[in-house]
Design a protein around this ligand. Sequence first.
Ligand SMILES: [Zn+2]
Length: 215
Amino acid sequence: MAGDRAKGHHYEMLRTLTGAPDLAGLRVDAVTGRLLGARQVESPNCDDRPPGQAPELLVVHGISLPPGEFGGPWIDALFTNALPADEHPYFATIAGLRVSAHVLVRRDGSAVQYVPFHRRAWHAGASQWRGRERCNDFSIGVELEGTDATAYEPAQYDTLARIATELCRAYPGLSPEAIVGHSDVAPGRKSDPGIAFDWPLLRSLLRYYLEVRPA
Ligand SMILES: [Zn+2]
């Protein structure tokens, strides 16, 4: 339909204008659980999902280290248990945490993978979704580099939508309706990705990649 073509053109323009990298090569390999096209950093902070459990939920997070600063090496360091406690006062408060996420989307839209998707990353903590606790068991955690109150970059929405689309195709239990924020599964305890996160933009990008431009 002409309308769909126009919509597709709009998003191509958006990507071009933002200078976002063309991540058309991002692919999920459901056999290895790898996001092809992402930089790979191995986190030890993961283990097996419950037997037979496939991903059924995508949890969107926001993170920056130190809080409000972007671009440093510290998120890699946190997820590989190598955060130097003496480098920043905030680091001393979290250096002992054993946490991870499957993927981080940096401010420029580039992606880093720490945990294969079929493994359980340690991102959600005490959590509940539709009456089910321990969301780590059945979810994929994607961090966006940012803060609750800072606008996320268009390139980050584009990458997140592409990854989510690939994940929905690789794991039939996942769907656009099963994409939530950390604050949705841990209300009162967690606030990320925060008020700055534009859910309608993510939803429209998802519709574009899933329906207008099928693989
Ligand atoms: Zn979070």
